[in-house]
Design a protein around this ligand. Structure first.
Ligand code: FES
Length: 200
């Protein structure tokens, strides 16, 4: 029983410019914070490949938190928009591979929001504690391979939905539509040439 009594492992991918500063501000202000989080600093939330999250969860992490700059504050202009698109898709696929989607969250925290950081990381950590330790999978490598294929196919589709503030990415906020996921229960359709399309 390797999980009994072990500490929780929660991984936090934090963008260097905003969220890492927010976590630092929380520490400087001496806010009381959970000790389960292990921070990995990245240049931008857009650098976080969804497979990083999946690999962490299937390799022993009990939860993964990604945090970046608020919408329109990304220091690389659109990194958090790209992150939001990929990570939202990942969240929807997690239950398909047998992972509770509550084990993953992405949030926006600026460098001046130490108290917001404390509140969000405390809430996420509490949720992971309630969920318990991440169950071990029998074939994590195969599961990751399947997930990578599903994500690659879905992210190749052009119309994926919203920007980080809830608006369609780069479009009219009034034209909001839910991201379209492939219907994996149906076989691939054939186009007019008889060539098979991908699902969805
Ligand atoms: Fe922070 Fe891009 S620099 S999300």
């Amino acid at each position: 029983m390797p999980d009994v009594g072990r500490d929780y492992r929660i991984i936090g991918f934090l963008c260097n410019w905003c969220s890492y500063g927010g976590a630092d501000a929380a520490g400087t202000a001496r806010f009381s914070q959970p000790t389960d989080l292990r921070i990995i600093r990245v240049p931008c939330s857009g650098r976080v490949d969804p497979m990083f999250v999946a690999k962490a969860l299937l390799s022993g992490a009990d939860g993964v938190l990604v945090s970046g700059c608020h919408p329109r504050d990304c220091h690389y202009s659109e990194g958090n928009f790209y992150a939001r698109r990929r990570l939202e898709m990942l969240r929807r696929f997690l239950p398909i591979i047998g992972v509770d989607e509550g084990r993953f969250e992405y949030i926006w925290v600026s460098a001046s929001e130490g108290s917001r950081w404390r509140d969000m990381v405390t809430a996420f950590t509490d949720k992971i504690h309630k969920l318990g330790h991440m169950p071990r999978m029998t074939e994590p490598a195969h599961t990751l391979c399947v997930l990578e294929g599903m994500l690659g196919q879905s992210l190749a589709q052009p119309d994926m939905g919203h920007s980080p503030d809830g608006h369609p990415a780069g479009g009219n906020p009034d034209a909001a539509s839910e991201p379209r996921l492939p219907d994996w229960s149906k076989p691939a359709e054939a186009d007019a040439t008889g060539k098979e399309n991908g699902n969805g």
